[in-house]
Design a protein around this ligand. Structure first.
Ligand code: PGA
Length: 244
């Protein structure tokens, strides 16, 4: 199975900058990175059309960082998953910790979003992870399992799913989880999803992934790839991670 390298650009990159990134990345990728790696890009909403055009004819796949739980209607300011699919999006971030913390997205809403994505036959990248306080209180497993149980309740376990484990304390902080910490929780998440009947899923790690730590983390059992924030903004750096 190929490893997955997903760039979460957050609120960065204009349409022009996004296009330039993809052109630069494709020059670097000319020597065959796609043989071992699936490359995904999550641009901000206004740059997704440009990403869609720039990715046409390449093996880069893309999708939005957030969608609303309804396809259309009187929901001023929201973005439609159905329209994203029309632009070619196949992968959708759901429940990133910034959505949960800064925009008060709760498990029940995230569950509706996952169900909508399944109805559209596209792939949710469902994000989970504990805060530092929760880890210090030894609640890592409790928090992750609760996010899984509530966010993925009642969904079709035969459709493809990606779960991204991102400890909140490691996101954008430069503090990366240790190999042992990642190994322990990924094994538990793997067992949990298996016990819930999921048959077709991959697990990503996210939180201060860089070219320097990518190789080691990729060797951890049940790490099938990464969700990468800061280090995905530069094509050279992102490419180095994709080569790990
Ligand atoms: P980071 O972000 O790589 O900058 O820590 C990861 C993420 O938020 O997905």
């Amino acid at each position: 199975m190929k490893k997955i390298f997903a760039a979460n650009w957050k609120l960065n990159k204009s349409p022009l900058e996004a296009t330039k990134f993809i052109q630069d990345f494709m020059k670097l990728a000319a020597n065959g990175v796609f043989n071992q790696s699936d490359v995904l890009i999550f641009p901000s909403a206004f740059s997704m059309d440009a990403v869609s055009k720039a990715c046409a004819g390449t093996k880069i796949q893309f999708g939005p960082q957030n969608i609303f739980s309804e396809k259309s209607g009187a929901f001023t300011g929201e973005n439609s998953a159905e329209v994203a699919v029309q632009l070619g999006a196949q992968f959708f971030l759901v429940g990133h910790s910034e959505r949960r913390q800064l925009f008060s997205e709760v498990d029940a809403l995230l569950n509706q979003k996952v169900k909508l994505l399944q109805s559209l036959k596209v792939i949710p990248v469902f994000c989970i992870g504990e805060t530092l306080d929760q880890r210090d209180a030894e609640l890592t497993e409790t928090v992750c399992f609760s996010q899984i149980e509530k966010g993925l309740a009642g969904i079709d376990t035969t459709q493809r799913l990606i779960v991204a484990y991102e400890p909140v304390w490691a996101i954008g902080t430069g503090k990366v989880a240790t190999r042992d910490q990642v190994a322990e929780i990924h094994q538990k998440i793997f067992d949990k999803l298996t016990s819930m009947g999921f048959q077709n899923f991959q697990l990503l790690y996210g939180g201060s992934v860089k070219p320097e730590n990518a190789k080691e983390l990729l060797q951890v059992p049940h790490v099938h790839g990464f969700l990468i924030g800061g280090a995905s903004l530069d094509p050279n750096t992102f490419y180095k991670i994709c080569q790990s």
